[in-house]
Design a binder for this molecule. Sequence first.
Ligand code: ADP
Ligand code: ZN
Length: 639
Amino acid sequence: MSDAVAVEERSVATSTGALAHEVLHRVFGYASFRGHQGDAIVHVCDGGDALILMPTGAGKSLCYQIPALVRRQRGLGCGIVVSPLIALMQDQVSALRESGVRAAFLNSTLSAQRASEVERDFRSGALDLLYVAPERLLTERCLQLLSSAPVSLFAIDEAHCVSQWGHDFRPEYMQLALLGKRFPGVPRIALTATADPATRIEIVERLGLEDARSFVSSFDRPNIRYEIVEKLDARRQLIDFIRADHADQAGIVYCLSRRKVDETAAYLVEQGVKALPYHAGMDSEARQRNQARFLRDDGIVMVATIAFGMGIDKPDVRFVAHLDLPKSIEGYYQETGRAGRDGAASDAWMAYGLQDVVQLRRMIDESDASDQYKRVSGAKLDSMLGLCEAATCRRAMLLTYFGEDDAADARGEANCGNCDNCLVPPETFDATVAVQQLLSCIYRLKKERGQSFGALHVIAVLRGDRSAKSADKIAQGRHDALSTFGIGAERSELEWRAIVRQCIAFGYVDVDHESYGTLHLTARSRAVLKGEEAVRLRRFVKDAARKKGRTRKDLDPADGLDGSAAALFDALRSWRLATSREHGVPAYVIFHDGTLKEIARARPTTIAALGALSGVGEKKLEAYGRQIVELVERGEAPG
Ligand code: ADP
Ligand code: ZN
């Protein structure tokens, strides 16, 4: 490359960067880019394809919104955003309009008349950004429409939907590669918060993005505290957790089945929590109503199956609780990632027990999927179990799983200071003898009585427990005559359950689901039985010492505000609620908690001072500036 060309390229890059900054500041009210945002935006503005992998809350949307605005200013047309979640398009578009961006969407919820207005606006160049559902985009009619006016870029959001291993798989996504062929020269950006390398490769292959530049951020979510507790009385544990740390705050509770969603929501309501159910078995109107309330009102707890949540943009979800084990670490990370998009302290809490393992293994085995799929699913579940049973830093394990070994190593002893294992290190013990007892009990039952049994019966035999439900089975099978009968009597049933679970997680015991969750020995069992391998396990503690370290105050959105600032923050929140109702948009679309806090701290008494705060763009300043300055001057609740 000659020097002259290099200089010219650099000056184009600088001017693109300057333009991008100007838009960031003027439209969105932010002072600077975060992480890879700036580089990715300049790359796309200048016509490059990009693959953007950033955790939830990192700010992926700006990575296509700003290039679309910059390219629009350069006369290059309207940006097209492919997004699978039509229920959310409305809110995304409202938020952009609040910032003065000319955005619209096309999906099946629009009337024919409204859709043709949007089409007309697109043709006449009156739009900056157009959101389209993938199935609609792929229709010949829509492709024709997009050929009728310039398109500045294609953003493919939630790009992991092309992966058939993920639970968000959408067949239509496989066909999106045609955009590259049909619209050559139009940059394409694929975005996802799914972090595993296999999905990354699938996205590149299936979307034909071989030439795209990748922008990969660390997937650490430092503001999320991970905690996994032993499931004893799950609902009770859940309500205690909510009351202790999250009263009146927004959260999501995930359950595996629809029935459990309904029951749990009803229970929480009974306990005085504002909870709503969400699952695919409800009629779509009720489902949407609940989703809208969750997004708009303050402090709603959504109890849901995993049908809920992809692309949920609500920034102030303060906790995600799992009452059932997710099927994979990818799922766990994605679901927990919905907490704390705004960067404030949040919790990822899960109650997990032996039954979860048995149930999930059975679901995998009983599905009609191919053997390969079952194998992959089984391996993913094993990794998830490993995370649950770990005695070391959960965050380090998560990051290592997603290939960020460096990030985990960089912590030295891997103490993140913000997960249960780091805050209250679990006690471990030499469990070699206990595991040998368990393994030989499984072995004797099979060898001498010709049968295999599930965990509960094996535990009853180990404990010599004739009073349990297993009494009949013990008598009929003469299990009390086995040499292993009662050899583990000194441990409680709960202790044994914890041991069995860990043995399954670490591969010392296998569960066979085709025969009702019976326990079997594995290749690893031999070494332990022969005394060649020692086993350390975490000790079961009944009321595991709960969180130290963080007090309720850290979780309060008003934290760090002194008396009068806190009063102003409350006043601003009531003003925001009233305004959002008036406009029919979610409260966070008007201003985020973080911006309201800044206002409460800085007390700007001029429009210019207000405009300097983060999150206050030109359009919002124009629309709300005066009202806010008046509120600050009064310094108290309106009315
Ligand atoms: P993602 O799609 O990656 O989950 P979003 O695009 O929804 O994240 O952004 C998360 C939040 O961070 C949003 O509220 C957004 O306005 C805010 N945000 C994004 N980029 C910046 C930035 N450069 N400065 C300040 N706030 C930002
Ligand atoms: Zn940790």
